[in-house]
Design a binder for this molecule. Structure first.
Ligand code: FES
Ligand SMILES: [Fe+2]
Length: 408
């Protein structure tokens, strides 16, 4: 349970909210699928931390990332033409090149090329990695890139989709640290996808035991949350989710630490978040199997579509439940996640919850982030120390005496 003030600190990101300010100043923010930005294609609306931006790819592949509002009189640049490595606003045809310079103001006649020289267009640095566009919205030096294992992989080794969820971003992050729900909420999905003995990931079926021991380790980059399950043969099943502050959780996908599932929860504002969900594999060709886990063809930029429905059940299939499906959301695993998070309320009221022993990771996550926000407000970091180049998750069966902290 949190105080109202603590809940606000962890959930609110708009305007002067401390967490939103820390996100802007200290981190690269994942904001769109790279593939959604097509050279000379439609500009994309990007909403982050309560503000609106436009992202586009120029003919030469460069990315432009500006405030959405045209510097002339505020028309949306998402509506603009994208050609000649520039956006041209629909309203009065001001032309802003990909580097953020106003290069043509047609109404000014002879001064058309120079009129905009001293007008500032807010534009922001970006990089692309892991199938995603990342942007820095702060005013300071560029931060180092996050220590993620998929940023430099070839396109065919990363698969990622995007959903917009009608719930606060922190519910998304908490869901990824909450290992115990895998064996309850997702039990039918796991049963369906891993029932074969020769499945490439047989160990995940062990998550159906919903009484693991939880151990958590704080790290300079965030935390590691382990779920430990004793096996009948005396060994233990170790499942470690690695959380890289503030957006990214790396969840194990198989019996190797060279692949995994990414859950990246990014606040659009206080009330909505984007979830980038996908897989990576540092060792081809295992990713093919992961792609098969998705159900049917969906729009990769609107993977989970929300329709609350008349009974506020988001399309839950009670007939499927009567036939044994646990959740009634028979599509994709993230349908189950995002609907259940939305059902907690737009911003979950954490002053009214009752945590139990399986919530140890949730409690530590909150403490870790509250400490980080407090440190940031004093110009410090909560935990200083070296950060590996690549943080990874872990899914393995090992000798019960072997400490998991030395394995990941
Ligand atoms: S508002 Fe964009 S050119 Fe006038
Ligand atoms: Fe989940």
């Amino acid at each position: 349970m949190l105080t109202e003030e603590q809940n606000r600190l962890l959930t609110e990101v708009e305007g002067d909210a401390p967490f939103g300010q820390m996100m802007r100043e200290r981190y690269w923010i994942p904001c769109a699928r790279s593939a959604a930005l097509v050279a000379d294609g439609p500009p994309q609306h990007v909403r982050l931390l309560g503000d609106d931006y436009v992202a586009f790819r120029a003919a030469d592949g460069r990315i432009g990332f500006f405030d959405e509002a045209c510097p002339h009189r505020g028309a949306s640049l998402v509506l603009a033409h994208n050609s000649d490595c520039a956006l041209r606003c629909l309203y009065h045809a001001w032309k802003i090149d990909v580097s953020g310079k106003i290069v043509d103001v047609p109404s000014e006649g002879a001064r058309a090329a120079t009129f905009g020289e001293n007008i500032k267009v807010n534009h922001y640095p970006t990089f692309e990695g892991g199938g995603l566009l990342w942007v820095y919205l702060g005013k300071g030096d560029l931060p180092v890139r996050p220590p993620l294992p998929f940023l430099d992989l070839a396109d065919d080794l990363v698969w990622v989709c995007r959903s917009v969820s009608p719930s606060n971003w922190f519910q998304g992050v908490e869901g990824t640290i909450d290992s115990v729900h895998v064996g309850t909420l997702h039990q039918s999905w796991i049963g369906d996808h891993y029932k074969n003995e020769d499945s490439k990931n047989p160990s995940i079926a062990l998550t159906l035991d919903s009484h693991p021991r939880y151990e958590v380790e704080d790290t300079p980059f965030g935390m590691k949350a382990a779920a430990l399950r004793d096996l009948a043969d005396g060994r233990q099943y170790i499942r470690v989710t690695s959380y890289v502050m503030p957006f990214v959780s790396l969840v194990p996908a198989g019996g190797t630490d060279r692949e995994g599932t990414m859950f990246i929860a990014v606040p659009r504002d206080n009330h909505e978040h984007m979830l980038f969900w996908g897989f990576w594999s540092e060792e081809p060709p295992r990713l093919e199997g992961e792609k098969d886990m998705t159900v049917g063809e969906r729009d990769l930029d609107n993977w989970v579509k929300f329709d609350e429905g008349p009974n506020r059940t988001w399309g839950q299939d009670r007939e499927a439940m009567a036939k044994g499906h646990f959740s009634g959301f028979t599509g994709c695993i993230v349908d189950e996640d995002l609907v259940i998070q939305a059902s907690q309320g737009v911003i979950q009221d954490r002053t009214k919850e009752h945590l139990c022993s399986s919530d140890v990771g949730i409690g530590r996550l909150r403490r870790r982030l509250l400490d980080e926000i407090a440190a940031w407000q004093n110009g410090l970091v909560a935990i200083d120390g070296p950060v590996p180049d690549k943080v990874r998750p872990l899914d393995t069966i090992a000798d019960a005496k072997q400490p998991w902290r030395e394995m990941v």
